[in-house]
Design a binder for this molecule. Sequence first.
Ligand code: 1HN
Length: 342
Amino acid sequence: MSQAATQTPELAVFSKDIRSLGLNPLWERTVSQKPGSPCLPTHWKWDVLKRQLLRSCELIGTKDAERRVLMLENPHMPGSSFIANTLFTGLQIIQPGEIASAHRHTPNALRFVVEGKGAYTSVNGERVMINPGDFIVTPNWSWHDHGNIGDEPVVWMDGLDSAFTKFFGATFREDYPSDTQPLYRTEGDSAAAFGSALLPVDYKDDASGSPLLKYPYARTLEALHHLHKTQPLHACHGVKLRYANPANGKYPFPTMAAFMQFLPKGFAGKAWRTTENIVFNVAEGSGVAVIAGERFAFSPHDIFVAPSWCDFAFHANEDCVIFSYSDRAAQEALGFHREEAL
Ligand code: 1HN
C-alpha cells in the first residue's frame, strides 16, 4: 500500500474482485524505484575454477558437451545461468585435438583468453589464433567454431548478452551443417582491414558488432603502459581503456562494453558506483576489490562480478592488468546509464 492510500473495506473488496480479471492496484504494490539489483557481488578463485575445469575434461568431451563451459552463476539467481541480471559468464576449456562445432545464435559473445596457446576460433569464414590476454569478438548471428591445434589445454572466458535475447524473447540458434565452417577468408583479414585505424573505403557500418575479430593483448598492454608513463592516473580506474569498434568508435557490441585497465603497484582507487553490471577477469597482478563493503582479495585469472550500483574500489598490491565487460553499451543506448565517484 502506498503511503497516501488508506485501505477501506470497499477498497479491499475491489482489489479482490479485480484480481480474477488480470488486474491489480498499483497502490498496493511496492515498486522499487531505486538503482541496484538483487545480485550479490561474488568472487571465483582461479585455482578452484582451474581444478574443476580439468576435472570436467576427464568426464565429458566437446562432442557431447558441444561447449565444455562451466557457468558462473550469481548465488542470488540460482537456475538463471546468469552472473548478473544482464550478463552471462562462462569459462570454457578445450583440450589439444578437440573442436567445438560450428553454430550461430542471436546473443553476441566475447571471449577473453585466460591460459594456454594453440587454440583458434573461426568467425564468419576467418580463423584467428587466440592467445592469453586477447579479446575476441563474435558478433550476433555469426557462424563460429573453435579448435585446439596446440599441445596444451586452452581456457577462455565467454561473455554473452543472452540475458537480453531471453528478456526480449528473441533467442535464435542454428547449427552449421558440418562440424567446422569453410574458411573463405585468409587468416589476418579482419586485422588487415580494420586493425590499423583504417577502413575499407566502401565499408558500411551496420551497427552490429565490431568487424575486428581480435584485439591482441600485446597491443593493449603497449597502449596501457604508454598512457601510464605519459598521463595522470584516474582516481578510480587507474589507466582504463575501452575496446572500440573501429568502424564507428562505439563499443564492440550494441549491448556489451569491454575494458582493460592498469593499476600500478600501491594504487588505492577512490570508490565509485555505476548502474553497469560488470564482470572482471584479472589478467595480471594481485590486489583487493572492495565491492559493497566486502573485500575480495584477487590474484591472476580470478573472476568477480560487481552488480549495478554497488560501491566499488580497487587496491593494487602489485602492478595489475584487469579485463572487464559490462552492459554499458546497452544502458547508454537506452539512456539509463549513470555513474558517480563517491
Ligand atoms: C556459446 O555458443 C559458446 O560458442 C560459449 O563458445 C558459451 C553460452 C551460452 C550459449 C552459447 C561458444 C555459450 C554459448
